[in-house]
Design a protein around this ligand. Sequence first.
Ligand SMILES: [Zn+2]
Length: 67
Amino acid sequence: MNQSSPRKLKVGRRFLGVRFINCMTYGRLYINDTGNGYSGRCPKCGKLYEIRIGAEGTSERMFAAYC
Ligand SMILES: [Zn+2]
């Protein structure tokens, strides 16, 4: 993994929990290098899922994804 961390990420890599509906499993989306979104893969089928963060950020901490 890339260990170079921008200054604004001071508490380590943030992540969101996501529930992959089709595989009925649970995974994590990690914040990307530019800090403007989260991305991760379904642990079962491997489909990539991405969320972009708006200007105000997102207050959601759980997402449901169709994979
Ligand atoms: Zn899946």
